[in-house]
Design a protein around this ligand. Structure first.
Ligand SMILES: [Zn+2]
Ligand SMILES: [Zn+2]
Length: 246
């Protein structure tokens, strides 16, 4: 078995080398070869200095929904790394999603890890990692087939690995929904009703703090719907985390 495993990783490393030679990485900003974003362009990627209450947009450091808004939110908080309006952020995400650049998952998830590390220091209890589970906002099966991979799944798996947290797919999308960006705020809520259900995984969710990963959030209504379903199934808290907010 060990030999097969070694052989597999050798083939993977070899084919990565061939791919790197055939299609060398180019900076998505200045096209210099060698990395997704070169060291000169990296400072252009501005990480959010503040987080916001997703309901009233009041500024804070940890993305927690403020006391006054708590009743209106299923999410306990939402953490966002970048502003989606920035050209380079948009380019990173569209390249990841639509040009099937799977390898970008490492580059992007590093930012999620850093952000969660900061917030761990602020309010999540590192001693109690067993109480946490990382999961993601899933695509519908039809869209998964179209796209070939689920970007939020890739990001969340790496995030869990890096932070040594439990990872499991808790949610499935049971209905194919119209993309949220095409709808008004009211239509968005209706569009999502009954769109997600919790997979049979009660023991992995009951009383847990769930970290829910997505690549981009807009109004947050998809994450809220996921959080609603997760809490109905027994989750103690649900924290959203995303690469960018549009
Ligand atoms: Zn560059
Ligand atoms: Zn608020």
């Amino acid at each position: 078995m060990e030999i097969i495993k070694n052989l597999k990783s050798l083939i993977c490393a070899g084919s990565k080398l061939v791919l790197d030679c055939l299609f060398p990485l180019k900076c998505l900003s200045c096209y210099k070869e060698g990395s997704w974003v070169c060291s000169e362009c990296l400072p252009k990627l501005k990480i959010n200095n503040f987080q916001y209450c997703i309901i009233c947009e009041g500024r804070n450091l940890d993305g927690r929904v403020c006391m006054a808004c708590a009743e209106k939110s299923y999410l306990n908080g939402l953490l966002v790394v970048f502003d989606y309006k920035h050209y380079l952020v948009k380019k990173l995400i569209t390249t990841f999603k639509y040009q099937k650049a799977h390898q970008l998952k490492y580059f992007l998830s590093d930012y999620l890890v850093d952000l969660l590390h900061t917030v761990f220091i602020l309010n999540l209890d590192l001693e109690k990692q067993d109480d946490m589970v990382v999961t993601f906002v899933p695509l519908h099966k039809k869209r998964l087939i179209e796209r070939g991979f689920d970007q939020a799944n890739l990001l969340s798996e790496i995030l869990a690995q890096q932070l040594n947290l439990n990872f499991t797919q808790l949610l499935v999308r049971t209905r194919y929904t119209i993309p949220q960006v095409k709808l008004s705020i009211d239509e968005r809520l209706n569009n999502l009703q009954g769109a997600f259900k919790v997979q049979d995984a009660r023991q992995s969710i009951f009383n847990k703090k769930v970290i829910l990963v997505d690549d981009v959030v807009t109004t947050g209504s998809t994450m809220q719907e996921c959080a609603r379903v997760l809490k109905l199934a027994g989750a103690a808290e649900v924290w959203g985390i995303a690469i960018a907010k549009g």
